[in-house]
Design a protein around this ligand. Structure first.
Ligand SMILES: *Cc1c(COP(=O)(O)O)cnc(C)c1O
Length: 243
Protein backbone atom coordinates (compact mmCIF):
# COMPACT_ATOMS: atom_id res chain seq x y z
CA UNK A 1 0.00 0.00 0.00
CA UNK A 2 1.23 3.48 -0.79
CA UNK A 3 2.49 5.46 2.16
CA UNK A 4 -0.18 7.73 3.57
CA UNK A 5 1.06 11.16 4.56
CA UNK A 6 -1.19 11.88 7.49
CA UNK A 7 0.19 15.32 8.21
CA UNK A 8 -0.41 16.35 4.63
CA UNK A 9 -3.90 14.85 4.57
CA UNK A 10 -4.82 16.59 7.82
CA UNK A 11 -3.57 19.89 6.48
CA UNK A 12 -5.59 19.43 3.32
CA UNK A 13 -8.79 18.47 5.15
CA UNK A 14 -8.42 21.39 7.58
CA UNK A 15 -7.94 23.83 4.72
CA UNK A 16 -11.03 22.41 3.01
CA UNK A 17 -12.99 22.84 6.23
CA UNK A 18 -11.80 26.44 6.61
CA UNK A 19 -12.80 27.31 3.06
CA UNK A 20 -16.17 25.58 3.43
CA UNK A 21 -16.78 27.67 6.57
CA UNK A 22 -15.91 30.78 4.64
CA UNK A 23 -18.08 29.91 1.65
CA UNK A 24 -21.01 29.23 3.96
CA UNK A 25 -20.52 32.58 5.70
CA UNK A 26 -19.60 30.91 8.95
CA UNK A 27 -17.00 32.00 11.48
CA UNK A 28 -13.53 30.63 11.03
CA UNK A 29 -12.95 27.75 13.41
CA UNK A 30 -16.63 27.07 13.99
CA UNK A 31 -16.28 23.50 12.69
CA UNK A 32 -14.22 21.01 14.68
CA UNK A 33 -12.45 18.07 13.09
CA UNK A 34 -12.89 14.62 14.62
CA UNK A 35 -10.33 12.26 13.08
CA UNK A 36 -11.96 8.85 12.75
CA UNK A 37 -9.18 6.33 13.33
CA UNK A 38 -11.12 3.05 13.32
CA UNK A 39 -9.21 0.19 11.67
CA UNK A 40 -6.06 2.30 11.66
CA UNK A 41 -3.06 1.56 13.85
CA UNK A 42 -1.77 3.46 16.85
CA UNK A 43 1.28 4.55 14.84
CA UNK A 44 -0.94 6.54 12.47
CA UNK A 45 -2.87 8.07 15.36
CA UNK A 46 0.44 9.16 16.89
CA UNK A 47 1.37 10.73 13.56
CA UNK A 48 -1.87 12.69 13.58
CA UNK A 49 -1.24 13.83 17.16
CA UNK A 50 2.24 15.01 16.18
CA UNK A 51 0.60 17.02 13.42
CA UNK A 52 -1.60 18.70 16.02
CA UNK A 53 -4.82 16.67 15.92
CA UNK A 54 -6.53 16.38 19.32
CA UNK A 55 -9.92 14.76 18.72
CA UNK A 56 -10.34 11.17 17.58
CA UNK A 57 -13.36 9.00 16.91
CA UNK A 58 -13.67 5.23 17.13
CA UNK A 59 -16.79 3.21 16.56
CA UNK A 60 -15.98 0.04 18.47
CA UNK A 61 -15.27 -0.16 22.20
CA UNK A 62 -13.05 -3.23 21.92
CA UNK A 63 -10.79 -1.57 19.40
CA UNK A 64 -10.78 1.64 21.45
CA UNK A 65 -9.56 -0.11 24.57
CA UNK A 66 -6.82 -1.85 22.60
CA UNK A 67 -5.55 1.40 21.16
CA UNK A 68 -6.41 4.39 23.29
CA UNK A 69 -5.49 3.93 26.97
CA UNK A 70 -1.76 4.28 26.20
CA UNK A 71 -2.34 7.16 23.78
CA UNK A 72 -4.45 9.07 26.29
CA UNK A 73 -1.96 8.51 29.07
CA UNK A 74 0.89 9.83 26.99
CA UNK A 75 -0.88 12.77 25.36
CA UNK A 76 -2.86 15.04 27.65
CA UNK A 77 -5.30 17.10 25.65
CA UNK A 78 -6.16 14.25 23.31
CA UNK A 79 -9.77 13.12 23.42
CA UNK A 80 -11.66 10.06 22.27
CA UNK A 81 -15.25 10.14 21.06
CA UNK A 82 -17.26 6.95 20.62
CA UNK A 83 -19.26 7.28 17.42
CA UNK A 84 -20.58 3.78 16.68
CA UNK A 85 -23.58 1.85 17.92
CA UNK A 86 -22.91 1.05 21.53
CA UNK A 87 -24.07 -2.15 23.19
CA UNK A 88 -25.20 -1.77 26.77
CA UNK A 89 -22.66 -4.30 28.00
CA UNK A 90 -19.82 -2.20 26.58
CA UNK A 91 -20.80 1.00 28.35
CA UNK A 92 -18.65 0.46 31.43
CA UNK A 93 -15.48 0.37 29.35
CA UNK A 94 -16.62 3.09 26.98
CA UNK A 95 -17.19 5.65 29.73
CA UNK A 96 -13.79 4.94 31.24
CA UNK A 97 -11.92 6.15 28.17
CA UNK A 98 -14.23 8.43 26.22
CA UNK A 99 -14.75 12.16 26.63
CA UNK A 100 -17.91 12.02 24.55
CA UNK A 101 -20.36 9.39 23.39
CA UNK A 102 -21.86 10.64 20.14
CA UNK A 103 -24.09 7.68 19.42
CA UNK A 104 -26.69 7.79 22.18
CA UNK A 105 -29.69 6.34 20.38
CA UNK A 106 -32.00 4.88 23.04
CA UNK A 107 -33.12 5.48 26.61
CA UNK A 108 -31.68 2.31 28.15
CA UNK A 109 -28.27 3.28 26.79
CA UNK A 110 -28.55 6.75 28.29
CA UNK A 111 -29.43 5.28 31.67
CA UNK A 112 -26.58 2.80 31.51
CA UNK A 113 -24.12 5.61 30.75
CA UNK A 114 -25.42 7.58 33.72
CA UNK A 115 -25.15 4.53 35.97
CA UNK A 116 -21.53 3.79 35.11
CA UNK A 117 -20.46 7.42 35.19
CA UNK A 118 -22.02 7.80 38.63
CA UNK A 119 -20.01 4.81 39.85
CA UNK A 120 -16.69 6.28 38.80
CA UNK A 121 -17.78 9.86 39.52
CA UNK A 122 -17.11 11.00 35.99
CA UNK A 123 -19.12 13.41 33.90
CA UNK A 124 -19.36 12.56 30.25
CA UNK A 125 -20.46 14.49 27.20
CA UNK A 126 -23.11 12.95 24.99
CA UNK A 127 -24.65 13.66 21.64
CA UNK A 128 -28.09 12.33 20.84
CA UNK A 129 -28.12 10.53 17.53
CA UNK A 130 -31.10 11.03 15.26
CA UNK A 131 -32.04 8.63 12.51
CA UNK A 132 -32.36 10.76 9.38
CA UNK A 133 -31.47 8.40 6.53
CA UNK A 134 -33.49 5.51 5.13
CA UNK A 135 -30.50 3.22 4.80
CA UNK A 136 -28.99 3.75 8.23
CA UNK A 137 -30.23 1.81 11.22
CA UNK A 138 -28.89 3.84 14.09
CA UNK A 139 -30.33 6.78 15.94
CA UNK A 140 -33.52 7.70 17.73
CA UNK A 141 -36.32 6.94 15.29
CA UNK A 142 -37.99 10.34 15.40
CA UNK A 143 -38.20 13.70 17.11
CA UNK A 144 -40.56 12.37 19.74
CA UNK A 145 -38.29 9.62 21.05
CA UNK A 146 -35.32 11.98 20.80
CA UNK A 147 -37.20 14.54 22.86
CA UNK A 148 -37.91 12.03 25.63
CA UNK A 149 -34.20 11.48 26.07
CA UNK A 150 -33.34 15.18 26.02
CA UNK A 151 -36.12 15.91 28.49
CA UNK A 152 -34.93 13.13 30.78
CA UNK A 153 -31.51 14.76 31.05
CA UNK A 154 -32.87 18.31 31.14
CA UNK A 155 -35.12 17.36 34.07
CA UNK A 156 -32.08 16.41 36.11
CA UNK A 157 -32.36 12.62 35.96
CA UNK A 158 -28.84 12.05 34.68
CA UNK A 159 -26.50 14.39 36.55
CA UNK A 160 -23.33 12.83 35.11
CA UNK A 161 -24.41 13.42 31.55
CA UNK A 162 -23.52 16.65 29.81
CA UNK A 163 -25.80 17.01 26.78
CA UNK A 164 -23.70 18.70 24.10
CA UNK A 165 -25.87 18.31 21.03
CA UNK A 166 -26.85 15.99 18.22
CA UNK A 167 -25.37 13.61 15.68
CA UNK A 168 -26.53 11.97 12.49
CA UNK A 169 -25.39 9.86 9.56
CA UNK A 170 -26.48 10.94 6.11
CA UNK A 171 -27.52 8.29 3.58
CA UNK A 172 -24.78 6.67 1.52
CA UNK A 173 -25.78 8.06 -1.83
CA UNK A 174 -24.62 10.42 -4.56
CA UNK A 175 -27.91 12.24 -4.33
CA UNK A 176 -26.89 15.53 -2.80
CA UNK A 177 -30.47 16.53 -2.05
CA UNK A 178 -31.02 13.43 0.08
CA UNK A 179 -27.81 14.08 2.00
CA UNK A 180 -28.76 17.71 2.51
CA UNK A 181 -32.25 16.74 3.71
CA UNK A 182 -30.69 14.52 6.32
CA UNK A 183 -28.51 17.34 7.70
CA UNK A 184 -31.43 19.77 7.60
CA UNK A 185 -33.49 17.31 9.64
CA UNK A 186 -30.84 17.22 12.36
CA UNK A 187 -30.51 20.98 12.43
CA UNK A 188 -34.28 21.31 12.65
CA UNK A 189 -34.51 18.87 15.56
CA UNK A 190 -31.70 20.71 17.32
CA UNK A 191 -33.43 24.08 16.94
CA UNK A 192 -36.70 22.77 18.32
CA UNK A 193 -35.16 20.97 21.27
CA UNK A 194 -32.78 23.77 22.19
CA UNK A 195 -35.73 26.12 22.36
CA UNK A 196 -37.79 23.79 24.57
CA UNK A 197 -34.92 22.59 26.73
CA UNK A 198 -32.35 25.36 26.82
CA UNK A 199 -29.19 23.67 28.03
CA UNK A 200 -26.71 24.76 25.39
CA UNK A 201 -26.82 21.68 23.14
CA UNK A 202 -24.93 23.44 20.39
CA UNK A 203 -22.95 20.61 18.84
CA UNK A 204 -24.10 19.27 15.47
CA UNK A 205 -21.93 16.30 14.54
CA UNK A 206 -22.59 15.70 10.87
CA UNK A 207 -20.50 15.17 7.77
CA UNK A 208 -17.95 12.50 6.79
CA UNK A 209 -15.24 12.28 4.12
CA UNK A 210 -17.76 12.22 1.29
CA UNK A 211 -20.23 14.84 2.43
CA UNK A 212 -18.64 17.22 4.92
CA UNK A 213 -18.82 20.29 2.71
CA UNK A 214 -22.59 19.92 2.44
CA UNK A 215 -22.73 19.36 6.20
CA UNK A 216 -20.83 22.58 6.85
CA UNK A 217 -23.23 24.48 4.60
CA UNK A 218 -26.06 23.05 6.69
CA UNK A 219 -24.59 24.10 10.04
CA UNK A 220 -22.34 21.26 11.14
CA UNK A 221 -20.08 22.10 14.10
CA UNK A 222 -18.13 18.85 13.95
CA UNK A 223 -17.18 16.71 10.97
CA UNK A 224 -16.14 13.08 11.49
CA UNK A 225 -13.50 12.24 8.94
CA UNK A 226 -11.65 8.97 8.50
CA UNK A 227 -10.77 8.06 4.92
CA UNK A 228 -9.64 11.51 3.83
CA UNK A 229 -7.06 11.53 6.63
CA UNK A 230 -5.98 7.91 7.10
CA UNK A 231 -6.81 6.38 3.72
CA UNK A 232 -9.05 3.42 2.96
CA UNK A 233 -9.83 1.03 5.80
CA UNK A 234 -8.68 -2.57 5.48
CA UNK A 235 -11.69 -4.51 6.75
CA UNK A 236 -9.87 -7.82 6.29
CA UNK A 237 -7.84 -6.80 9.35
CA UNK A 238 -10.96 -6.76 11.52
CA UNK A 239 -10.04 -7.45 15.12
CA UNK A 240 -6.33 -7.53 14.40
CA UNK A 241 -5.30 -4.04 15.33
CA UNK A 242 -1.73 -3.42 14.30
CA UNK A 243 0.29 -1.53 16.87
C1 LIG B 1 -16.41 5.51 9.92
C2 LIG B 1 -17.27 6.63 10.35
C3 LIG B 1 -17.01 7.94 9.93
C4 LIG B 1 -15.88 8.32 8.98
O1 LIG B 1 -16.16 7.90 7.69
P1 LIG B 1 -15.24 8.32 6.43
O2 LIG B 1 -16.13 8.16 5.29
O3 LIG B 1 -14.08 7.37 6.42
O4 LIG B 1 -14.80 9.72 6.64
C5 LIG B 1 -17.85 8.94 10.41
N1 LIG B 1 -18.87 8.68 11.25
C6 LIG B 1 -19.14 7.44 11.69
C7 LIG B 1 -20.29 7.23 12.61
C8 LIG B 1 -18.36 6.37 11.25
O5 LIG B 1 -18.65 5.14 11.68
Amino acid sequence: MAHIDIKENLGFVLSQIRSAEKNAGRAEGSVKLLAVSKFHPVSQIEEAILAGQLYFGENRVQESIEKFPAILKKNTGVHLHIIGQLQTNKVKKAVEIATCIESVDRMPLLMEIEKHCAKIEKKIEVLFELHTAEDSKSGFADLQTLEEAVKFVFDGNAPHIIPKGFMTLAPFTDDEEKIRASFKALKHASSILNEKYPCNMTELSMGMSGDYKIAIEEGSTEVRIGTAIFGERDYSQQGAVAK
